[in-house]
Design a protein around this ligand. Sequence first.
Ligand SMILES: [Fe+2]
Ligand SMILES: [Fe+2]
Length: 293
Amino acid sequence: MNPLASAIAEGEAPGHSPGGPIRVGSEAHKRLFCRTLLDTHNPYKPAVLDWPPLESEARQRLVNLPIWDIAVQTEGRARLNVASYAAMVSDPLLKKAIELDAFEEGRHKHVLSNLVAAYGITLAPEPEYVLRGDVEWAFMVTGYSECIDSFFAFGLFESAKRSGFFPEALVATFEPVMQEEARHILFFVNWAAWHRRTMPLWRRPYFELKVLAVWLFLVWERIGIARDVGHGVQDNNFTVTGAKSVGEDIDVAELIHLCLRENERRMSLYDRRLRRPRLVPALARFARRFMRS
Ligand SMILES: [Fe+2]
Ligand SMILES: [Fe+2]
């Protein structure tokens, strides 16, 4: 593994920034966010990941998590959305980075499929993955939804680790997937910032409307779907279902605090000159103000 990738895998690459300042939207910015994704790729093979044997109680807890169908399908859709966008991109470096992103989404699906098989979890039949319509829209839906889901997944994962909900060996096996999602959202927000600066000015208003529409769609998807919780339907709302499953009496303020801390820790490993995902952490900080800790 590349030294930077292994330092990051070990959690030991404290936000180095070896070069001078860079301007968002510049060639140097594009090179930096693409190279960061490419150079920190962890080449693990899903087939050789070791799924530790679990005691029956721990296994049952894992089997009962109501997230497996939607998790596998989300990764399947993410792979398609990202790969389809990569096919449209002409810049060779950007294309290569987005292709790697798509490869990693496919690998997540592989990892999850192996986990599910290893612990005897039964999945609902998968739908056919098809992309109709605007490819950039689909790429942005995947990117921004990862910004929401990963932020909460970081905190939930840490909480499950601390409470012993997941045994240590399982946490270690799954850790690379978590860090990969941190890389993806870092890449995505930098792509979005670069993309809006490099497009012709007349396209900007349309793009901003599209960004807004994607966020509204994601909020609608999460609120709409949250209503189905408890109706036996697995849904996109990882936070609600995940928090309910990981600990009955999880304190929301405490969870938000963990999400913020973990988000910061995971992001701190990368070059400081890159943009960080800001909206979801800012909303979480805002919400925390109204909660008793
Ligand atoms: Fe993924
Ligand atoms: Fe991802």
